[in-house]
Design a binder for this molecule. Structure first.
Ligand code: PEP
Ligand code: MN
Length: 342
């Protein structure tokens, strides 16, 4: 870290700051400028205490970190792309996956119809929430364990891999029995205790970006998962909250490109939650793929008008089919093949 002192501080104040730098475990190197004195604090910023506490000292103008707050997720640590295995299917390192399914598991007939329609289009990884984090307590909260059983049935019948959300620590073990990949939803991106428990479940994790998380906070959440024993993390950009009310979220296309540059982890785009309306799903999907996404997660429902959650953004089966046909050549152009044995 670099500690910038205020102009014209006296020698005693410089000594005082130096001593605090030493007390925090760093070696101080003083650089005397014409007006400003700067102290370079040498030491590993990941394993030492943060020097940001020094901002509270009268003599200190600013403290500037040099190291990133994440390491295991970074490309500096792991230069090559990582691929993640989701059941029998690979995502990343040239293999592009389409994850699709309804927002929530609503009934046996709904999830069975969805899974059949989607696998007929080549989808091998099915999503669907058994536990739904809803803004209103009066809205459909998911079928819970019954939803998990219905997901287990389609997994058995169709050989698909399952992605489903974990909303709380008490559900982790139950969900991990059925799911091939655990989803951490946007609302839990910074629920660090849940991240730690999910990391120990022995499953890959789809980590949605919080709707108000910075890219650094999102990657730091991935770092939590990796540090706590889950190396198989897939980052998911799903739109952030901005001042724009015309769409549900604002798809941060730059975050996809940046996450690919900064980390070795596969990145997927969720155009459904970013858009909030089905007419925008295809253009946002294309934008995400063009920005470098390794996969896509789309909400699709056999009868979206009857959906119990996120009805406006779910695609009916025919529109989903058209999306598949349109994204395939773009994924190829980006050097990726739509993956999975059919
Ligand atoms: C979902 O995938 O249905 C969901 C709730 O997503 P998010 O956490 O991104 O809002
Ligand atoms: Mn949803």
């Amino acid at each position: 870290m670099i500690v910038v002192l205020k102009p014209h501080v006296d020698a005693a104040a410089v000594e005082d700051v130096k001593q605090h730098v030493i007390d925090l475990g760093y070696s101080p190197r003083v650089i005397q400028g014409v007006e400003h004195t700067v102290i370079a604090a040498v030491g590993d910023e990941l394993s030492h205490r943060s020097l940001e506490t020094l901002i509270g000292m009268d003599a200190v103008a600013n403290v500037v970190p040099i190291q990133k707050r994440y390491k295991l997720a970074s490309r500096e640590f792991h230069p090559d792309d990582s691929a993640v295995q989701i059941g029998p299917y690979t995502l990343g390192r040239g293999t592009f996956q389409v994850i699709a399914g309804p927002c929530g598991v609503e009934s046996r007939s709904q999830i069975q119809r969805a899974a059949k329609d989607l696998t007929a289009c080549g989808v091998r990884i099915i999503r669907g929430g058994a536990y739904k984090p809803r803004t209103s307590p009066y809205d459909f909260q998911g079928l819970g364990e019954e939803g998990l059983e219905l997901l287990a049935e389609i997994k058995e019948q169709l050989g698909v891999a399952i992605v489903t959300e974990v909303v709380g620590v008490p559900h982790v073990a139950k969900v991990a029995k059925v799911a091939d990949m655990l989803q951490i939803g946007a609302r839990n991106c910074q629920n660090y205790h849940l991240l730690e428990v999910v990391a120990e479940a022995g499953r890959p994790v789809l980590l949605k970006r919080g709707m108000a998380s910075t890219i650094e906070e999102w990657i730091s959440a991935a770092e939590y998962l990796i540090v706590h024993g889950c190396p198989d993390v897939v980052l998911c950009e799903r739109g952030i909250r901005t001042f724009e009310p015309a769409t549900r979220g604002t798809l941060d296309v730059a975050a996809i490109a940046l996450a690919k540059q900064e980390t070795h982890l596969p990145v997927v785009v969720d155009p459904s939650h970013a858009a909030g309306k089905r007419q925008l799903v295809l253009p946002l999907a294309l934008a995400g793929i063009a920005a470098g996404a390794d996969g896509i997660i789309i909400e699709a429902h056999p009868d979206p008008m009857s959906a119990l959650s996120d009805a406006a953004q779910q695609l009916p089966s025919d529109a989903f089919h058209a999306v598949m046909d349109t994204i395939r050549p773009l994924a190829r152009l980006m050097g990726k093949e739509l993956g999975g044995p059919v």
